[in-house]
Design a protein. Structure first.
Length: 316
C-alpha cells in the first residue's frame, strides 16, 4: 500500500469518527427534545410535585444538558449504556438478546438477497438491451416504488390470512427445527429482501455497464473475447469498488426497513425494542438503540469506501 492510498484510508476513517461524534450529539439532542416528561410518565398523573422533583434529581435530569451528554458519550465508549428508566435494568442486558435476533434476521436476509441481486444485476448488464435486461429493470423499478410497509402488509394478507401458510407474527425464540426456522423468518426475510435487492440490482447493473464501456474492455472485445470473459475477467474486477458500494448502501437501507418489519411482524429485535422505548420515553434505551443503528450504518459505508479505494486500479 503506497502512501497516497494510506492517507486516503486514514482520512476516510477520520471522517467516520467525526461523523460519529456529530451523530451522537444529534441523537442525544433529539431524544432530550422529545415531548413529554419521562418522570411524569414513570410516576403517573397522580404524582405529587415533590415526588416528581425528587425523581428528577435522583435521575440527574436537572443537570445541565451538555454535562449529561459528556457523561452519556463517555459511557457509550466504555460500554456503560446506563440504566433503563422503564425496566430499571442495564440497557446492555436489554439490548443483548434483541441484538442477537436482529443480527440473525439481517444475516439471513443478506445471505438470500445479495447473491440473488448480484446475479441478476451482472447478468442484466451482460445481456443489456435483451428481454431479460428489460424484465429485470422493470421489476426492480416496480419493487423500488413499493414501500416496505406495503410489502409486509401484503405478505401478511396473502401468506398468513388467505393461504394460511405462514404465521403472521414471528417469534424468534420458538425455533427448534429447520422447518420452524423457515416459517418464522420467511415473511420478514422476503419483505427485507424486496427492500434492498431492487436498489442493489440497479446499482450493480449500472456499475458493470459503466466498466464495459471503458476502452480496455472494448479492446478485449475487438480481440475476440467472449461476453462471459469480458464481464468476469475484465469488467467485474474493476467494477468491484462500485459493486461493494452498492451492496453497502443497500444493506444500510436495511436498517430503516427493519424498524417497520420488526414492528409489523412483532419480531423481537432491536428496532422493535426502540419503538417500545419511544412510547415510554426510555431515553437511555432510545439513545443506545439509535447509536447502534448509526454505528452499523457508518461501518458499512466506511468499509465500502475503503474497499473502493483499495480496489481502484488508478491508485495502485
Amino acid at each position: 500500500m503506497n502512501r497516497h492510498v494510506l492517507n486516503l484510508v486514514l482520512a476516510r476513517l477520520m471522517i467516520a469518527v467525526i461523523t460519529l461524534l456529530i451523530v451522537s450529539f444529534t441523537v442525544f439532542a433529539a431524544t432530550v427534545l422529545l415531548p413529554g416528561d419521562v418522570v411524569e410518565v414513570l410516576l403517573g398523573q397522580a404524582a405529587t410535585p415533590e415526588a416528581v422533583a425528587g425523581l428528577r434529581a435522583a435521575m440527574h435530569l436537572d443537570d445541565p444538558a451538555i454535562w449529561r451528554f459528556i457523561q452519556w458519550l463517555g459511557g457509550i465508549f466504555t460500554g456503560d449504556f446506563g440504566i433503563s428508566y422503564a425496566n430499571n435494568m442495564p440497557v446492555a442486558d436489554l439490548i443483548g438478546p434483541r441484538l442477537a435476533n436482529s443480527l440473525k434476521l439481517a444475516g439471513i436476509t443478506t445471505l438470500v438477497s445479495v447473491p440473488v441481486a448480484l446475479t441478476l444485476g451482472i447478468t442484466a448488464a451482460m445481456w443489456r438491451g435483451s428481454w431479460f435486461d428489460r424484465s429485470v429493470t422493470i421489476l426492480s423499478i416496480g419493487i423500488v416504488s413499493v414501500p416496505e410497509f406495503m410489502v409486509a402488509t401484503s405478505a401478511v394478507l396473502v401468506f398468513a390470512v388467505y393461504l394460511k401458510w405462514l404465521p403472521a407474527l414471528s417469534f424468534a425464540n420458538e425455533i427448534h427445527t429447520f422447518g420452524q426456522l423457515l416459517r418464522v423468518y420467511a415473511m420478514p426475510v422476503i419483505t427485507l429482501s424486496f427492500v434492498i435487492s431492487a436498489q442493489m440490482i440497479r446499482m450493480t447493473r449500472a456499475a458493470v455497464i459503466d466498466t464495459l464501456n471503458t476502452p480496455y474492455v472494448e479492446m478485449a472485445l475487438l480481440k475476440g473475447a467472449s461476453r462471459k470473459r469480458l464481464v468476469l475477467k475484465h469488467a467485474l474486477p474493476n467494477a468491484l469498488g462500485p459493486i461493494v458500494n452498492a451492496v453497502a448502501l443497500s444493506l444500510s437501507y436495511l436498517l430503516g426497513g427493519v424498524i417497520i418489519v420488526e414492528t409489523i411482524f412483532n419480531y423481537p429485535g432491536v428496532a422493535k425494542l426502540m419503538v417500545d422505548a419511544v412510547s415510554t420515553r426510555d431515553l437511555p434505551l432510545i439513545q443506545t438503540c439509535a447509536m447502534l443503528f448509526c454505528i452499523v450504518y457508518l461501518f458499512l459505508i466506511t468499509t465500502a469506501d475503503i474497499i473502493a479505494i483499495l480496489s481502484n486500479p488508478r491508485l495502485r
